[in-house]
Design a protein around this ligand. Structure first.
Ligand code: M6R
Length: 342
């Protein structure tokens, strides 16, 4: 059932191009839901773990493309926060059974908010608590570490956004698919060599790559058991600087666009404090190559393709680091695929 792969996680990483396409189309077909979101005063998204990290990306995409304010909350914290009834609430959960997400969704529904579930599992509990459901097309995910279900959630958000902005869609599917396929073959071995002996690994990015960094760090810590932290690059100097050393490599996303020069500045500051730097950027970026110890190229493309490519690279760095350390990759210690207690 692993289709020749050593672990389900690796198999699921390799399925992501198809999963993106499938999930994007499914979400895009929900034009009524996109219209509801387009006319909303505000959108609130609730989720846990990897699903939360995918939801953070939606905030950046929507606020840039539509200007609609998007609030993203950890489902476990939602009960302590206000629930404005003019917000459309989206609950995101691969399993559809996460207790915190389910109770946050019920709270939103009880406050009179229109509710939408995004889930991968047909008939799961959150589908029964929400007004409407968008299924992702990831298929069953066996590995505890969420990989293709994250990509499916990102695709669902991009599909909804395309509906909200009435955008042309064929280009998105094609560019993201190619970016994923290429990134599955990119050599990440030098990056893995820097990560294996680390005591802590920082993941840093700006803008849309901040949530991607959070997800990269989550993948690394849960399957390799190396402490990893995702940070907005601008925040590193507000505390984490004290931790930087030769034993704390950083995986840094640095791509042309908003914040590029600030990011390079952040990397130089980290380098000056001894941090081994793994850059993820464009292969012809000489400035990035100059400041980093290892530079992993991603194909050129739009923001969605960049997000997908960086995600795949980070998943593979985590996978091969855990493999080198002999971890139980598909069933990491102390973790369950579905968390049904609050
Ligand atoms: O099923 P859900 O998406 O609601 O699960 C939420 C988290 O438990 C989950 O995303 C978790 O963080 C991942 N399995 C980690 O890879």
């Amino acid at each position: 059932r692993k289709g020749g792969f050593a672990h389900f996680m690796l198999k699921e990483i390799f399925e992501q191009s198809d999963v993106f396409q499938q999930s994007f189309r499914l979400a895009f077909s929900h034009l009524e839901t996109s219209a509801l979101l387009r006319h909303a005063h505000g959108i609130s998204v609730i989720a846990c773990g990897t699903s939360y990290n995918a939801s953070l990306l939606f905030r950046y995409f929507v606020e840039k493309e539509c200007g609609t304010p998007v609030r993203v909350d950890l489902a476990s914290e939602y009960r302590y926060l206000s629930t404005p009834e003019d917000e459309v609430v989206i609950a995101v959960s691969q399993s559809g059974e996460t207790a915190d997400t389910l109770s946050a969704l019920k709270k939103a529904a009880a406050s009179g908010c229109p509710t939408i579930a995004i889930t991968n599992v047909q008939g799961s509990s959150i589908t029964r608590a929400a007004d409407r459901t968008i299924y992702t097309g990831a298929g069953p995910e066996i590995s505890v570490a969420a990989t293709k279900s994250y990509m499916a959630q990102v695709a669902a958000f991009v599909g909804l956004l395309a509906g909200m902005t009435c955008s042309e869609t064929s280009f998105v599917e094609c560019s993201v698919g190619q970016a994923i396929e290429e990134s599955l073959l990119t050599d990440v071995s030098e990056a893995v060599s820097l990560c294996v002996p680390a005591s802590t690994i920082f993941y840093v990015g700006r803008g849309i790559f901040y949530p991607v960094a959070l997800e990269g760090a989550l993948k690394m810590k849960e399957i390799s058991y190396i402490h990893a932290e995702g940070y907005a690059a601008g925040e590193i100097k507000h505390g984490p600087f004290a931790l930087l050393s030769e034993m704390t490599p950083a995986v840094a996303v640095c791509l042309p666009g908003d914040g590029y020069h600030s990011m390079l500045g952040n990397l130089r500051e980290m380098k000056a404090r001894g941090t081994p730097l793994i850059g993820i950027g464009y292969g012809d970026d000489i400035d990035l190559q100059d400041v980093t110890d290892v530079c992993i190229p991603i194909p050129k493309g739009d923001e969605y393709a960049q997000v997908a490519a960086v995600t795949v690279i980070m998943q593979r760095i985590a996978y091969y680091t855990a493999l080198a350390l002999g971890r139980d990759i598909d069933k990491p210690r102390n973790l369950a695929k579905s968390v049904t207690v609050e």
